[in-house]
Write a protein that binds this ligand. Structure first.
Ligand SMILES: N[C@@H]1[C@@H](O)[C@H](O)[C@@H](COP(=O)(O)O)O[C@@H]1O
Length: 247
């Protein structure tokens, strides 16, 4: 256990995901007041309450840039399971940004798409990166074993992720097996990181993220080495944490 790391990582335990979403929204709001221009955005159920707060707010994002973490490979943007569709529905329809970037899941030439996305990230340094966490400790679609030095890449999803994400599809067979995803190195280059984790299924991942060794087997554990990380989790997700982190 690295004591120095725990002084840096800020942990906010909330009653539920709604309160957690509001905490994350407040961080974004404050960041924008201080001149932040680029938000790194995530999909999944965890950030939805935060997006609801953003949509209900009077904040104007029309001068902002957003960069999403990932997209399923092989899903068209109008497929209701694609992350393009998700972002339109939960945020961009109500709050358009000046520029919004999401990996192109239909790209024929993967190498070209990877280069394009890395160039976008390099040209738009991320001020605040929002993250969820997978049950196996993945961040974005960076599965266990992904090198910490990775940039944007095509990934093979693990059985654990396919199973977990099948709740959004009609059945497990429909879950794409591959995705295009921002790499861990790029995520770590964000100025500030806010990770959201809610519910019982995230208990082990949250414990490993906060208390476990920094290992590529738990991609999120690298966040212990980032200077500005806030973990926002509900009481249930935080239940296995050492009480000293559950304030
Ligand atoms: N690619 C996404 C991740 O970015 C997300 O963090 C994770 C958890 O999703 P949820 O928030 O629905 O639990 O799901 C997917 O695998």
């Amino acid at each position: 256990m690295n004591e120095e790391v725990h002084i840096i990582m800020k942990i906010i335990v909330t009653k539920d995901n709604i309160e957690g979403g509001t905490k994350a929204f407040e961080i974004i709001k404050k960041g924008m007041e201080n001149g932040d221009k680029v938000l790194g955005l995530a999909t999944g159920s965890s950030p939805i309450p935060m997006y609801d707060d953003m949509c209900d707010s009077d904040l104007d994002f029309s001068d902002m840039t957003s960069i999403n973490l990932d997209e399923y490979y092989g899903l068209k943007p109008d497929n209701d399971q694609s992350y393009h569709y998700f972002m339109q529905k939960h945020l961009f329809d109500k709050k358009p940004f000046k520029h919004s970037y999401i990996p192109n899941g239909m790209a024929k030439d993967i190498d070209e798409e990877v280069d394009r996305y890395n160039d976008i990230i390099a040209a738009n340094p991320i001020d605040i990166q929002i993250l969820g966490i997978g049950r196996n400790g993945h961040i974005a679609f960076n599965e266990p074993g992904t090198p910490f030095g990775s940039l944007t890449h095509k990934v093979q999803l693990t059985e654990s992720t396919i199973k977990a994400n099948s709740r959004f599809f009609d059945n497990e067979d429909e879950v794409p097996r591959q995705a295009i995803c921002m790499g861990i190195k790029s995520i770590m280059q964000s100025k500030k990181i806010v990770l959201l984790a809610f519910g019982e299924s995230k208990q082990d991942a949250v414990k490993a993220l906060v208390e476990g060794p920094v290992t590529e087997e738990v991609p999120a554990s690298i966040l212990q080495d980032h200077p500005d990380v806030t973990v926002i989790c509900d009481e249930v997700a935080a239940a296995k944490l050492d009480p000293k982190y559950r304030k």
